[in-house]
Every structure is written in structure tokens, then in C-alpha cells.
Design a protein around this ligand. Structure first.
Ligand SMILES: [Zn+2]
Ligand SMILES: [Zn+2]
Length: 387
């Protein structure tokens, strides 16, 4: 991307955040937009694909603290979007003059050090004279999401993950020109990407208006990327989700992000795992939870219950006189832990009261009430209150 294009773009507006947005706000905004405009969700929708690329590009800069700092500084220096006009240059007169060419480096013989160096890595590698573009640059980290079932989260799972990311177009190798044709050197700026304008005593260089600072023009655009030089790559990864993962957890897969440039390491892939809730079981850390309905006689007289686990069932001995709401711990029937052991199954017993009793049951219950008339379950309560 050229200097001018880069400065003309408002990455903050692209993501719909303020320029003071936190890293978290930027990530949230990006994730939402990337999801909405993902090519998988919008097959054949060119507008969504363009937006997807645009937000990916914006996020690529704003998510990297170093790049974001450079972008902010450059915008402060030139004023957003004003590089081609007069407005941004008002402050640059004065003793010795000021040649914008110095800022961009390379094109006019300058190059290393200074602002040209500062911008070099951001503008991509289309500028032939720049000295900084061959530097190794670690690949960007990529974040994606995956949704798995409750049982998969407890036991661990291997899931295929389809990733789309903007890459250099394979058809034109990023040149933007149709294969067999080549971008031609811009005549206006002789390929430098800069034109010089005289104003009073000073000579100003600014990005060439004909080639938008690229230094080249494309007569026959590549049909696959419409001359952008960028396309969307899809790849499928097989990702092992460790047993015991919990909803919202972020898993790091080292080296599975964007490839690095010029021999540098690839970025990392972060997978945010969403876990579908289970209809019967709940999770509490490494423990699974279940609420089992019981009858009053079962609690009062004691019983042995058959309780479902995630992959079978267990017998649970309930002693006579067990209170409703009491929780029993069944060892080792929970989620797998990192150390290979397992959490527990927490079984909570809850009395199920019949909504309707037939005559015989109602009679028996009335007899029971009579037989236990001496027992007042609220006596302790009243004593504690002093009544
Ligand atoms: Zn192409
Ligand atoms: Zn030009």
C-alpha cells in the first residue's frame, strides 16, 4: 500500500471505534465486523468481502501496538486524509525548507533513518527503493472462534477450523496486473510515486496523483483480485481442543497465525472456544453438576439412586434422613483436568412434590401428618428469633 492510501484510510472509522479506543474495544469491534462480513457467511457478496478485507487491514494495523503508534503519529503529522491537499503542509515551511520526499525515504535517495524508515514496514513492499521492506517481520497473530458441544469440552475434541485471511493474490502474485501483463511505470512520476510541486521558495514532494503513490499503473487488472493484489485465502486446520476447556477460554496455537516475512517466525493463532450448554449437566470449574429429583420418602427412608453421568451412570447411596437440596460428590466423574485427573460430579437432590394426589395417597399423607404432629420443622426458626 502506498503512503498516501495508507494515510487516507481511517482505520478507526473502518472499525467504528474512536481513536482513543482500548485494545479490547478494537478487538471486539473487529471480531463483530469480521464475523458479520466473513466470506463463509456471505458467499458471493463482494461488498461483504471488501468490508472483510478492509476491517482485517485496519485491525492488522490497530491491533499491533507498534504499528498503531506509527499510524497515529503519521496521522497527527499530516492530518487525516489531507496528504494530497494543502492543509496538511502548512507547518512545514521555514528555514531550510522541508521536502516531503525525505519523509518517505528511498525515492529521492534518502531512505534509512528518519520517517521513511519509520513508515517503511507499514507501506508494504511495493516501493522499490525503500530500504526497510526486506527486514524480517513476524507474522500477525490471528484470532478465531469455534463452538463445541458440552461433552466435547469435557472430554476434549479434534475439530476442523476453516480460516480466511487476506493474502497476496496467488494469480498475480500481488502485482494486481492480469497474468501475462505487467504494471507499467507511471509516466507522471517516472515510477518514484512522488511528484514535486514548487510553491514560492520551497519545493514540495507529494504522492503522485496519477498512480496514487504506487509508481506504477495497471492497464489490465487481475481478474481474481480486481487489481487489488490481495485475495482471501481459506485454509483448514485441525485443532485439538484440550479436555476440560471452559466456555470463553482462549487457546493459543503457536506458529499457526499469518506467515512471517523474509524468514521471520509466523504469528500465533488464538482460538476462542464457545461451549454449548448441556440440557442436563452444568459445569463448575472441573466439576460437573446435576440436579436429581427425588421423593420425600426416598430422602426420609434412604434409598439407592441411579444417577446419570456424562458417559454412563453411577449408584448413589442416600442415607435415611437426608435433607432436600443436599449435594453429594461422586469422585472422578467430572471434567478432565490438565494433570490427567478428573473433577467430580456434584449431585444435588431436590424433592419433587406431586402437583396432584389421588384419594388414597392423600389419605396416607394425612395419616402421616397426624403421626408426625409432634414434629414442628419451624421450631428452631422460632427459637432463633426468640418468639
Ligand atoms: Zn490478483
Ligand atoms: Zn505516478
Amino acid at each position: 500500500m502506498s503512503a498516501r492510501e495508507w494515510l487516507d484510510k481511517d482505520f478507526y472509522a473502518e472499525l467504528g471505534v474512536s481513536s482513543g479506543a482500548s485494545a479490547d474495544e478494537i478487538k471486539k469491534a473487529y471480531r463483530k465486523l469480521a464475523r458479520e462480513n466473513h466470506p463463509d457467511a456471505n458467499p458471493g457478496n463482494a461488498q461483504a468481502e471488501a468490508k472483510f478485507k478492509a476491517v482485517s487491514e485496519a485491525y492488522g494495523v490497530l491491533s499491533d501496538p507498534e504499528k498503531r503508534k506509527q499510524y497515529d503519529e503519521a496521522r497527527k503529522l499530516f492530518g487525516a486524509g489531507s496528504l494530497g491537499g494543502q492543509g496538511g503542509f502548512g507547518g512545514f515551511g521555514g528555514p531550510g525548507g522541508f521536502d516531503i520526499g525525505d519523509l518517505f525515504g528511498g525515492a529521492q535517495g534518502g531512505g534509512s533513518g528518519g520517517l521513511g524508515d519509520l513508515f517503511g514496514g507499514l507501506f508494504g513492499n511495493r516501493r522499490p527503493g525503500a530500504t526497510t521492506t526486506n527486514r524480517p517481520r513476524r507474522g500477525a497473530d490471528v484470532e478465531t472462534e469455534v463452538r463445541i458441544d458440552f461433552a466435547e469440552a469435557v472430554r476434549g475434541a479434534t475439530v476442523p477450523l476453516r480460516l480466511s485471511s487476506p493474502v497476496s493474490c496467488p494469480t498475480c502474485h500481488g502485482s494486481g496486473a492480469k497474468p501475462g501483463t505487467r504494471p507499467r511505470t507511471c509516466a507522471t512520476c517516472a515510477g518514484s510515486g512522488l511528484v514535486t510541486r514548487n510553491q514560492g521558495a520551497f519545493a514540495f514532494s507529494e504522492p503522485c496523483p496519477d498512480c496514487r503513490g504506487r509508481g506504477t499503473l495497471i492497464d489490465t487488472p487481475c481478474p481474481d483480485c480486481n487489481g487489488e493484489g490481495v485475495s482471501t485465502r481459506s485454509r483448514t486446520l485441525t485443532v485439538r481442543i484440550p479436555a476440560g476447556v471452559s466456555d470463553g477460554q482462549r487457546i493459543r496455537l503457536a506458529g499457526q497465525g499469518e506467515p512471517g516475512r523474509h524468514g521471520a517466525a509466523a504469528g500465533d493463532l488464538y482460538v476462542v472456544v464457545h461451549v454449548n450448554p448441556h440440557r442436563v449437566f452444568g459445569r463448575s470449574g472441573d466439576d460437573l453438576t446435576i440436579t436429581v429429583p427425588v421423593t420425600f420418602p426416598e430422602l426420609a427412608l434412604g434409598t439407592t439412586l441411579t444417577v446419570p453421568t456424562l458417559d454412563g451412570k453411577v449408584s448413589l447411596k442416600v442415607p435415611a434422613g437426608t435433607g432436600s437440596g443436599r449435594t453429594f460428590r461422586v469422585r472422578g466423574k467430572g471434567a478432565s483436568k490438565k494433570d490427567g485427573s478428573s473433577g467430580d460430579l456434584l449431585v444435588t437432590l431436590q424433592v419433587a412434590v406431586p402437583s396432584k394426589l389421588d384419594g388414597k395417597a392423600a389419605e396416607a399423607l394425612a395419616d402421616y401428618a397426624k403421626a408426625t404432629a409432634d414434629h414442628d420443622p419451624r421450631r428452631d426458626l422460632n427459637e432463633m428469633l426468640g418468639r
